[in-house]
Design a binder for this molecule. Structure first.
Ligand code: NAI
Ligand code: 13P
Length: 337
């Protein structure tokens, strides 16, 4: 039986805590939000963020970070990306060499352009750092619908350890050494999902959605590969797989926020309405900064930035994408002489 703490009690942390407990781990859930812990203790259910998913009576809930972190083999870091650094910094004094921190959030830090695992390595040098992501909405994981994800780490042993504690007959976990590719896939897809949602909100159709997903994965891949990620990762679960689920699913927070913006809500109104974290809004500026730094063309992500931060109407953004200079689909393909 592994001793595990889930740090962050939003919808994802709660769903993963349930998976770990089902698999026989002893699970402690920590949140900085006292009212959330009080609710979890009393109701054994996150009634706001994951209603209908009952948590076991012997799961512990605490606001005491030291107690949560100490003596645990695995620390599952499930706070939204904007709180990753502050939470990691607060955990650092309690983390001992060899404890494994698994980053399950998705994002790129706006001012440093760092991935979340890099932030955790910087803040908690004693820890071994892993990531886990893929096409996995909490609402479906919480009720045990078959789901596949990938556990990533530089060392195979660490990734396989994460695979061991999470894997079961409805939660299949692959492993990968391409942590960078996984994290870029998981973060950039949220920005494309905002665009897909905007298309839905504008009343556009399946053709538009397919175009955004296909051209979206191309621009995500262009950047990720230039940064050193592997092409296979972008065409796997944490790339195209996660992009498909987030652009299509009724559970997707980013798609929903985009849809509201497409219907005329402001970014702030849309984020308030979704009530859970809309990571694409935070990753959008970082994505465009990385595109500039690495000299990569990312037209969809550029237009999403214009809609979010420059009040460009979503309809106008789609028109501009459609009216870009004509070109070949794959510029590297050669023509007959
Ligand atoms: N919900 C999902 O289906 C999935 C979410 N993720 C990722 O997991 C991360 C967390 O997402 P959700 O659980 O959906 O978010 P959420 O919006 O449901 O939960 C946010 C939680 O953050 C915590 N929090 C609030 N303020 C904080 C602070 N100042 N410091 C530290 N923690 C604080 C609280 O526990 C709060 O419930 C995101 O990066 C998301 O992209 C990844 C896969 C699936
Ligand atoms: O990353 C996630 C699911 O894989 C959560 O983000 P969305 O809810 O926007 O899809």
């Amino acid at each position: 039986m592994a001793k595990v703490a889930v740090i962050g009690a939003g919808s994802w942390g709660t769903a993963l805590a349930k998976v770990l407990h089902t698999n026989g781990s002893q699970v402690t859930v920590w949140s900085i939000v006292e009212a959330e812990i009080a609710m979890l203790r009393e109701r054994h259910e996150h009634v706001d963020k994951l209603p209908g998913v009952k948590l076991p009576e012997d799961m512990e809930f605490t606001t005491d970070l030291k107690a949560a972190v100490e003596d645990k083999e695995y620390l599952i870091l499930a706070v939204p990306s904007v709180f990753t650094r502050s939470t990691a910094k607060s955990m650092a004094p309690f983390v001992k060499a060899g404890q494994i921190i698994v980053c399950v959030a998705k994002g790129i830090e706006e001012n440093t352009l760092m991935t979340l695992s890099d932030i955790v390595e910087e803040e908690v040098p004693a820890a071994e750092v892993a990531v886990m992501c893929g096409p996995s909405h909490a609402e479906e994981v919480g009720v045990g619908l078959p789901t596949t994800v990938v556990a990533g780490a530089k060392k195979r042993k660490v990734a396989e350890g994460v695979q061991d504690i999470f894997m079961n007959e409805v939660f299949r976990v692959y492993t990968s050494p391409d942590v960078l590719g996984m994290e870029l896939g998981g973060s950039l897809k949220n920005v494309i999902a905002l665009a897909a949602g905007m298309a839905d909100g504008l009343g556009y159709g399946d053709n538009t959605k397919a175009a955004l997903i296909t051209r979206g994965i191309m621009e995500m891949s262009r950047l990720a590969i230039k940064m050193g990620a592997k092409a296979e990762t972008l065409s796997g679960l944490t790339g195209i797989g996660d992009l498909i689920v987030t652009c299509e699913s009724r559970h997707s927070r980013n798609r929903k926020a985009g849809m509201l913006i497409g219907q005329g809500y402001t970014m702030k109104q849309a984020m308030d309405e979704v009530k859970m974290v809309v990571e694409g809004v935070y990753s959008a500026k970082a994505a465009i900064a990385l595109a500039k730094k690495y000299g990569v063309d990312m037209p969809i992500i550029e237009e999403v930035n214009c809609v979010l931060f420059e009040d460009k109407p979503a309809k106008e953004a789609v028109r501009e994408l459609m009216m870009r200079d004509r070109r070949a689909e794959h510029s590297a393909l050669e023509w007959e002489a």
